[in-house]
Write a protein that binds this ligand. Structure first.
Ligand SMILES: [Zn+2]
Ligand SMILES: [Zn+2]
Ligand SMILES: [Zn+2]
Length: 419
């Protein structure tokens, strides 16, 4: 056939499939023309030879040249249209993915900022380090560390004092304070009291300067006929529930835990067996970390019987011991968080303490970035920096820090983990 033998570089088998509709109409029209001409030739037998010849040539031209050319043109146009729409689709896809990427990047930045603000870095470090503390739990670590603690942070040597023979609880804590003051002042004998606190139930808490002073105070009080001194009761442990759905009201958390975990419900003695103490942001927008104070028995059920998975009905929430150390992420010292930082309160303009060097700036802007890390807390200790420089090359938020270690074991000793 003449159409197939045409010589054109653009012709290919694939494109001919794309030429069905418009192409078909044109071909039909042209073929009709051809048939009409053919018929005309057949009927006009009287036509002069040269006219007939010219018509034959035209028909041949149509057959051999125009029809295939039209076919190619149409096929090219369709191909171009297909290509264009594919490009458009790709551009839209790229625009969308760029948009998503930008969003993800800005989300990431926001999260990093949040993490720093919420002391996340420290907690993540603690839980990711695979350290002794993490593996053995705070309580077991306590039994290892307690013997070594040396530092004496304030409020660390406390005694609980209350009046003897007051079964009816008629005396107030102010009464107890008056009697204690009278006893100590009449015979100070090596006591060194730095603070006191009125408690409920007619009790008071007395803070001695050091261990010796505390022993002297305890002996003095217990030798009297009026008062008794005893060790402060240890606090219940705090468990961090990581990733509780945000829509759950914090006040409902204890009830939900009891409703969904029969073992815990059985171990609850009263309303105080589970109490929510604070919330922390979770990396995921729709979740929140909930810290609950529980009895040592419930702690053990959560960590051992339930293998750290607390049911919330539709989902399990991972649970772990909350760090008992409060470290401020503005000044990096211990015992308070940045919302109550005395350094920040004094000077709101002051930049945060760097985690990498003793300077004050964000860690990201640290000019000493390429040098070894220096613990700002250990560097501040008199004598430490000059004598053993290697002892200050650790992060102030790491467990390698001796100050952190001391604070941690002190905090652990005040908590009743049930061991
Ligand atoms: Zn602070
Ligand atoms: Zn720095
Ligand atoms: Zn240190």
């Amino acid at each position: 056939m003449a159409t197939n033998s045409v010589n054109s570089p653009n012709v290919n088998n694939r494109s001919s499939h794309n030429t069905d509709t418009n192409d078909g109409e044109i071909i039909t029209t042209l073929t009709k023309m051809q048939t009409t001409l053919d018929n005309a030739v057949k009927v006009s037998k009287n036509m002069r030879v040269d006219v007939k010849k010219s018509i034959d040539d035209q028909i041949e031209l149509l057959k051999s040249n125009i029809i295939p050319q039209v076919k190619i043109l149409i096929s090219n146009v369709i191909q171009a249209q297909n290509k264009e729409s594919a490009y458009r689709k790709r551009i839209t896809e790229l625009e969308l993915s760029l948009q998503l990427k930008n969003q993800a990047e800005s989300d990431k930045l926001e999260n990093i900022e949040k993490m720093i603000l919420e002391n996340k870095e420290a907690l993540t470090k603690i839980s990711n380090q695979g350290s002794d503390i993490n593996k053995k739990t705070y309580a077991k670590a306590a039994t290892i560390n307690i013997g070594r603690q040396k530092a004496a942070p304030k409020n660390s040597y406390a005694s609980i004092l209350y009046l003897k023979d007051d079964e009816e609880k008629t005396k107030t804590s102010t009464d107890a304070l008056q009697v204690a003051r009278k006893l100590v002042c009449s015979k100070p004998a090596g006591t060194a009291i730095i603070a006191n606190k009125l408690l409920s139930n007619g009790k008071i808490m007395i803070f001695s300067k050091d261990e010796n002073s505390k022993v002297n105070l305890d002996n003095l009080i217990n030798a009297s006929d009026e008062m008794i001194s005893e060790e402060p009761k240890r606090q219940n442990p705090v468990i961090l529930l990581k990733g509780v759905p945000k829509e759950i009201d914090r006040d409902d958390v204890p009830k939900i835990i009891k409703d969904c975990n029969q073992d815990i419900a059985n171990a609850c003695e009263n309303e105080d067996s589970i109490t929510v103490v604070y919330l922390k942001t979770n990396r995921k927008e729709h979740l929140v970390n909930v810290a609950i104070k529980v009895t040592p028995t419930i702690r053990r059920i959560i960590l051992e019987t339930l293998d750290r998975n607390v049911s919330f009905g539709f989902n399990l929430v991972y649970a772990e011991d909350a760090s008992p150390v409060r470290q401020c992420f503005h000044c990096l010292s211990f015992g308070h968080t940045q919302t109550k930082c005395p350094v920040k309160e004094k000077n709101k303009e002051e930049l945060p303490q760097c985690m990498h060097c003793p300077g004050k700036h964000l860690k990201a802007n640290c000019p000493e970035k390429n040098k070894k890390v220096i613990c700002c807390n250990c560097a501040k200790q008199p004598g430490t920096s000059n004598k053993q420089p290697e002892n200050i090359n650790h992060s102030p938020i790491s467990e390698k820090c001796p100050i952190y270690k001391a604070v941690l074991s002190k905090a652990i000793s005040k908590i009743d983990y049930g061991y």
